[in-house]
Ligand binder design. Structure first.
Ligand SMILES: [Zn+2]
Length: 358
């Protein structure tokens, strides 16, 4: 279990260790995911859940308690855990670092405690519970109930801290790594110290929560930063980017921070149109295409080529059989569609609809 919450930075990549496997992301993913997540509903969910389960009454046998699952602290905690997981499912790095690690946190905290194993089993089995219950029917449930309360309260605390971090890191990026920072006249390495002292103070001890370790969970050695505190890891990610001068920019379409591929990149690759699965970048490319080159000019190019091709067919049918022209025409029509959908560039279109030579 020493593989928890471990990250590694290398160039513009970062790696998160998940069950002994390295998951690779582009640098900044922890911070961007924290910025992209709406934490408010999760905080109120955690508060509501802890209020509900704090008042569990006495210790009964588990089988008795589970006669009314919706009044059972551990069932409610498992339901909360499942909602947390699905809220973070679109931000995989946070999902790995945060929600999926929470159960493992209990194994480490109470390694020999049966209750922690049962609790984790409840979390995993949710929304069912019969299998877990079968293994511990006649057990008194008080330790498990306490654990459920503890789990939800500690999750609530962690989420509140992340929300504060979200506000802070937005200001920190704005004052430092943002390519359009109001501090852009100051050299990058000096910008951090221009930030308000209050803000810097909150993270100056975050190193203490991080340790450098290596593990040999799978076949390969993973030397990385380990911490139970996501905000400390996220701040470390910022420090890495700061030291290495890795800039960020706000997407001109959605206004969210992203890692620009080059100094020309203006749009992020977040999905902006769910239905068509198009990113801010794709949509900008389509718009650009529509501005610059009307559909008509693509069709005009097609028409010119088509006429030339047909001419060749009638002049030398042996070298240019009509059937090949027809295949070409079908293909060219597909490329017109692809161009209209922004799936290919004008240059690719031009190349794709060349008349095959002889
Ligand atoms: Zn965007």
């Amino acid at each position: 279990m020493n593989s928890l919450n471990a990250v590694q930075f290398d160039g513009k990549k970062e790696y998160v260790l998940v069950s002994g496997e390295k998951q690779s992301y582009s640098i900044g993913q922890i911070i961007f995911s924290i910025l992209d997540t709406d934490w408010e509903p999760l905080i109120s969910d955690a508060n509501k859940t802890s209020a509900m389960i704090m008042n569990f009454k006495g210790s009964v046998q588990m089988v008795k308690r589970m006669e009314a699952p919706l009044e059972s602290p551990y069932y409610l905690a498992a339901a909360f855990n499942s909602r947390l997981n699905s809220a973070l499912s679109s931000a995989p790095v946070l999902y790995y670092l945060f929600s999926s690690q929470a159960p493992a946190f209990f194994i480490r905290k109470y390694p020999s405690d049966d209750a922690s194993k049962i609790f984790i089993s409840f979390l995993k089995e949710y929304p069912s519970f019969e299998n877990t219950l079968n293994t511990c029917k006649s057990m008194p449930d008080e330790p498990l109930s306490f654990m459920s309360v503890q789990y939800v309260i500690s999750a609530a605390k962690a989420i509140k801290r992340i929300q504060q971090f979200k506000t802070d890191i937005e200001s920190i990026l704005n004052g430092t790594l943002d390519t359009d920072s109001p501090n852009s006249s100051i050299p990058l390495t000096e910008r951090y110290h221009t930030l308000p002292h209050e803000l810097r103070r909150r993270y100056e001890r975050s190193d203490a929560a991080v340790s450098v370790k290596c593990s040999l969970d799978s076949d390969s050695l993973f030397v990385g930063y380990y911490s139970e505190d996501i905000c400390s890891l996220a701040f470390l990610e910022f420090e890495y980017m700061y030291v290495n001068g890795i800039s960020v920019r706000k997407c001109e379409s959605c206004g969210r921070y992203f890692l620009p591929f080059s100094s020309l990149s203006r749009y992020c690759e977040r999905i902006a149109d769910d239905k068509r699965q198009k990113s801010c970048k794709d949509i900008a490319a389509i718009d650009k295409y529509n501005d610059k080159l009307s559909r008509n000019s693509a069709k005009k190019l097609y028409q010119q080529r088509s006429n030339a091709y047909q001419m060749r067919c009638s002049r030398s049918p042996s070298a240019f059989p009509r059937t090949e022209y027809e295949l070409w025409r079908e293909m060219a029509k597909k490329y017109i569609k692809a161009l209209e959908n922004g799936e290919i560039t004008e240059e690719q279109f031009d190349t794709a609809i060349q008349i095959p030579g002889r």
